[in-house]
Design a protein around this ligand. Structure first.
Ligand SMILES: C[S@@+](CC[C@H](N)C(=O)[O-])C[C@H]1O[C@@H](n2cnc3c(N)ncnc32)[C@H](O)[C@@H]1O
Ligand code: SF4
Length: 384
């Protein structure tokens, strides 16, 4: 097995309000939030991970991602303290991508410059829509005007590498509405746009009681195709199911996930995946509840899961990530990054080609355009 690139995910779990569609590990903030205690816990968590990995000698972080939750609730000084703590334990590569997620309803303008000074060089803004009615239906805490102000503020602070999250197939939305959101986003010329179809996640208020007039899958597909065509026309390349970027501005952190790279995950509910010298690939998940996470961070109970991925599950785990990429990945990454021989997937790849779901598989593993339409079925065909 070859050692893949290494990333770090930092989960910051609080939000001002829980959106009714959201099943991320996010918790409504009861002020005052224990920012300093949480950051202390993150660094203890990182120490514990590194200790079990022997410090990961010779390995360098290529990307860092502050996700949530709403990381922009954290004061810049605490973000700086995290990055400083990380740097004193593990090398961060020169020019590494360091992203922070921000919610337009939870931003103080002055914070943006301070995040940049702390070392953050990419911002991801949760816009969702530029239509006030849609924002209200989604239970967002911000208006379209606030979303625009947040983008202006980010750009004024010098964030030239900027992602805007948009959702489509919103309750009562039509194709023109979805296209209008794209058009408004393009007005800011961001380097990256994430375009997610609204998913009614089980267990969320929207999952239990779907809002009226959610577009069906055919309409959602038509919206996606129209938006994709418009984005292509103005030079945004779709490189993943939901991700579009200007050339060379792909989200490197996410590319590492999809390429079956390694990542440490610190913070409540964070997941990590590390390839070990003994050929095993270890998955770890941290305790989800922020309070219990902080209380148990010094003890083995900080881990909710810690186990090697069984060999028979590796083909599915690999494909679950790789096939999301429009161009897929080099075929030899499978054996290099899973440690298994190519035979472990060869027959199933041949079957997928016969169904028209994959093509040109000699040097790359990728879904055909037809396979992208049936991506879940294609990925599931690699379940052991
Ligand atoms: C973890 S959230 C963090 C961003 C930030 N908390 C916010 O909401 O502004 C990342 C993105 O996932 C997307 N998302 C969350 N729940 C979703 C759902 N049920 N369906 C589709 N996209 C979703 C949203 O676009 C959101 O901006
Ligand atoms: S702000 Fe983002 S993370 Fe928080 S509840 Fe809403 S979608 Fe989820």
């Amino acid at each position: 097995m070859m050692v893949p690139p290494l990333s770090l995910y930092v989960h910051l779990p609080w939000c001002v309000h829980k959106c009714p569609y959201c099943d991320f590990n996010s918790h409504v903030a009861r002020t005052p939030l224990p920012f300093a205690d949480y950051v202390d816990a993150l660094l203890v968590d990182l120490d514990a991970d590194l200790q079990t990995e022997g410090g990961l000698p010779g390995r360098t972080l290529q990307t860092v991602f502050f996700g949530g939750g709403t990381p922009s609730l954290f004061p810049p000084a605490e973000i700086e303290r995290i990055l400083h703590g990380v740097r004193s334990r593990l090398a961060i590569a020169e020019g590494a991508e360091i992203t922070l997620e921000a919610n337009p309803g939870a931003i103080e303008q002055a914070h943006f410059s301070a995040y940049r000074q702390a070392g953050v060089n990419r911002l991801s803004l949760g816009i969702q829509s530029f239509n006030d009615v849609m924002l209200q239906r989604l239970g967002r805490i911000h208006s379209a005007a606030e979303a625009r102000r947040a983008i202006d503020a980010a750009q004024q602070a010098g964030f030239d590498n900027l992602n805007l999250d948009l959702m489509y197939a919103l309750p009562g939305q039509n194709i023109d509405g979805a296209m209008d959101d794209i058009e408004q986003a393009l007005g800011f010329a961001p380097t990256h746009i994430s375009h997610y179809q609204l998913t009614l996640e089980p267990g969320t208020p929207f999952g239990k009681q779907p809002p009226p007039a959610v577009p069906d899958s055919d309409l959602a597909w038509a919206m996606q195709e129209s938006c994709q065509a418009r984005l292509a026309e103005v030079g945004y390349i779709q490189y993943e199911v939901s991700a579009y970027s200007k050339p060379g501005r792909e989200a490197r952190h996410n590319l590492n996930y999809w390429g079956f790279g390694d990542y440490l995950g610190i913070g409540a509910g964070a997941h990590g995946k590390i390839s070990r010298n003994d050929g095993h690939i270890l998955r770890r998940a941290k305790r989800r509840n922020p309070k219990l996470y902080m209380e148990s961070v010094h003890k083995p109970e900080r881990l909710e899961q810690c186990a090697a991925i069984p060999d028979q599950e590796l083909p599915f785990e690999f494909m679950l990530n790789a096939l999301r990429l429009i161009d897929g990945v080099p075929r030899d990454w499978f054996s290099q990054r899973s440690g298994l021989a190519d035979e472990a997937i060869a027959e199933r790849v041949t079957q997928a080609v016969a169904r028209g779901w994959m093509s040109d598989t000699r040097t790359r593993l990728r879904a055909s355009p037809f396979g992208q339409r049936f991506l879940n079925d294609l990925i599931e065909s690699f379940i052991p």
